[in-house]
Design a protein around this ligand. Structure first.
Ligand code: E4P
Length: 216
């Protein structure tokens, strides 16, 4: 399973990229706004100087004609841009046109197997089931990830399943077990994945033991 970082924070992206564990980035309008950046194109282009892998950038238009035009424009921002399209009738129409033009897409705000199936049928490169937001309303978000993976496998659909709205390290483990191709995770979750108290204790003990023999 590949790991993408779900952020528009440049410092976080630089730090995570240095570790060599992230294969791509996902952003959304809320994440860009959180960084107090009003120019999404500038943010995406800055990210593309740090990360070689796919970078999801989301369209804001709602009507099909405007959405298609905006998506084509966004796809030109950088060679590794993936155009993030929200689930809707306009979104499906847009993805079906973009996929024929060879433009990569990420169907976002996916909350059901039917939505994911439609996204795959129209040729989305990724579908992003939002695990945490489903959990928030007492639906099992990870169960949806597993169902999508199963159906895509069953029909050999080439669309990648990107587990999104990841809130904690257990979500990452569950996404991997469910067969998600990608989990897009916040920087804080990546840091939590690194840590284990026994590792910290082990490092302290090795250091102390080594220092004690140096003094004797
Ligand atoms: C996915 O690509 C979204 O950017 C993201 O995972 C949304 O997560 P949230 O529900 O924590 O806002």
């Amino acid at each position: 399973m590949r790991i993408f970082l779900d952020t528009a924070n440049i410092d976080e992206i630089r730090q995570a990229a240095r570790l060599g564990v992230i294969s791509g980035i996902t952003t959304n309008p809320s994440l860009v706004a959180k960084e107090k950046r009003a120019d999404m194109k500038a943010v995406i282009q800055e990210i593309s100087t740090i990360v070689d892998g796919p970078i999801s950038a989301e369209v804001l238009s709602l009507e099909p004609k405007a959405m298609i035009e905006e998506a084509r424009e966004v796809s030109l921002w950088s060679p590794n841009v993936v155009v993030k399209i929200p689930m809707s009738a306009s979104g499906l129409e847009t993805i079906s046109i973009l996929s024929k033009e060879g433009i990569k897409t990420n169907l976002t705000l996916c909350f059901s197997l039917n939505q994911a199936l439609l996204g795959a049928i129209v040729g989305a490169t990724y579908v992003s089931p939002f695990v945490g937001r489903l959990d928030d309303i007492s639906h099992d978000g990870m169960q949806l990830v597993g169902e999508i993976v199963k159906v895509f496998d069953r029909y050999k659909l080439p669309t990648y399943v990107c587990a999104a709205s990841i809130r904690h390290p257990l979500h990452v483990i569950e996404a991997a077990k469910a067969g998600a191709h990608v989990a897009t995770i916040p920087y804080s979750v990546l840091m939590q994945m690194i840590k284990h108290p026994l590792t910290d204790i082990g490092i302290s003990r090795f250091t102390e033991d080594w220092q004690s023999i140096q003094k004797s």
